[in-house]
Design a protein around this ligand. Structure first.
Ligand code: TYC
Length: 103
């Protein structure tokens, strides 16, 4: 066999492909007591939504019982859900944000 023949050997991957971190949904739950306008203010403050987007999200939760707001990494999702829920609590409202992993 020739000495300088280049052998191209398919190499099995040593470095595992980096998996994307799973994303978590932040979900707004409806309740009977929190004023609509307050929900809109919280959505704007915590999730940086425009007035019209916040209003649509609030109305979806109001009519359907819940509305997915956005997806974030686990840490960010939990922090934002806590911030929103805490703002409601500070004003005596049962406003509640929860999180769940995306499939
Ligand atoms: N249902 C509330 C009301 O009628 C308004 C509301 C909307 C509260 C969405 C929570 O996630 C919510 N005052």
């Amino acid at each position: 066999m020739s000495q300088n023949q280049t052998l191209v050997k398919p190499r099995t991957r040593l470095k595992p492909k980096t998996e994307r971190p799973k994303l978590w949904k932040v979900i707004l739950l409806n309740d009977d007591y929190t004023p609509r306008e307050f929900v809109v203010q919280v959505l704007k403050a915590v999730f940086r939504m425009s007035d019209s987007h916040a209003y649509r999200v609030m109305m979806t939760a109001h009519q359907k019982g819940a509305c997915v707001i956005a997806v974030f990494t686990k840490d960010v999702a939990e922090t934002k859900a806590k911030e929103g829920t805490e703002l409601g609590k500070q004003h005596g409202y049962p406003l509640y944000f929860t999180t769940e992993p995306e499939e």
